[in-house]
Design a protein around this ligand. Structure first.
Ligand code: ADP
Ligand code: MG
Length: 238
């Protein structure tokens, strides 16, 4: 179970506030999308949730327990980054199993968990290949595999489809939705793509200049945008 709650969370870099007093509760097993223009603070927010960045103010809770002071490896989250960041000289099997190896998980268990992740993502037949022998979509699947091989209460995805062409992006949207149902965990998904947000999410948080403008279901955002920015960014009818 993993409910993720941000309470008055802010982040400044060199005196410039990039995340401004954020309040947000992501429910257990929810698919919440953080959407907004480039530079509005989405990645910084995710990095604070996973512990790669420390909040300047405020608190973060997992299932009601404060985690603000826990390092990234002690938090019950797994992150998928925008760039694939696969190890080019390792096989798909080694790439997916890498985190488990670092955690000193026994070899047989790693093999079993890698197999299971690969099965979920339909890449079982690619386990012996190297990243350069894969298509963009296959590489993206491996990147997802690296995150889901580790059981976590919440999975954080930072623009995982932004490097794919339009056609593949549409396909992978559906794959990620299926994955969400399969693993039955909390997903926090970051994108600057309105269509992605509208089609994938249980709820959407629309962000601008470090501030959440509205957090609601896709229907509510579309039909009752909170302000002009939300309406124009999300393409609601005028
Ligand atoms: P988004 O993911 O929405 O595009 P980011 O969270 O990456 O936005 O960045 C928000 C703002 O914070 C940007 O203006 C960016 O330049 C700035 N920023 C992000 N990380 C750092 C950092 N480590 N040092 C200084 N400024 C940063
Ligand atoms: Mg970003």
């Amino acid at each position: 179970m993993a409910e993720v709650r941000l309470e008055n969370v802010s982040k400044s870099f060199g005196g410039k506030t990039v995340v401004d007093n954020l309040n947000l509760t992501v429910e257990d097993r929810e698919f919440l999308t953080l959407v907004g223009p480039s530079g509005c603070g989405k990645s910084t927010t995710l990095r604070m949730i996973c512990g790669l960045e420390r909040a300047s103010a405020g608190n973060i809770f997992f299932d009601g327990k404060p985690v603000s002071w826990l390092p990234a490896n002690k938090r019950d989250v797994s992150m998928v980054f925008q760039s694939y960041a696969l190890y080019p000289h390792r096989t798909v099997r080694q790439n997916i199993g890498f985190a488990l190896k670092m955690m000193r998980v026994p070899k047989a268990t790693i093999e079993e968990q890698v197999r299971q992740a690969a099965r979920t993502l339909d890449i079982e037949d690619l386990l012996d290949r190297k990243p350069r022998e894969l298509s963009g979509g296959q590489r993206q699947r491996v990147a997802l595999g690296r995150a889901i091989v580790r059981d976590a209460g919440a999975y954080l995805l930072d623009e995982p489809l932004s490097n794919l062409d339009a056609q593949l992006r549409v396909l992978m949207r559906a794959e990620i939705k299926r994955l969400h149902v399969d693993v039955a965990r909390t997903f926090i998904y970051v994108t600057h793509d309105q269509v992605e947000a509208m089609t994938m999410s249980d709820r959407i948080a629309v962000m601008r200049d470090g501030v959440i403008q509205q957090c609601a279901t896709p229907e509510e955002i579309y039909e009752r945008p909170a302000n002009r920015f939300v309406a124009s960014f999300m393409g609601s009818p005028p």
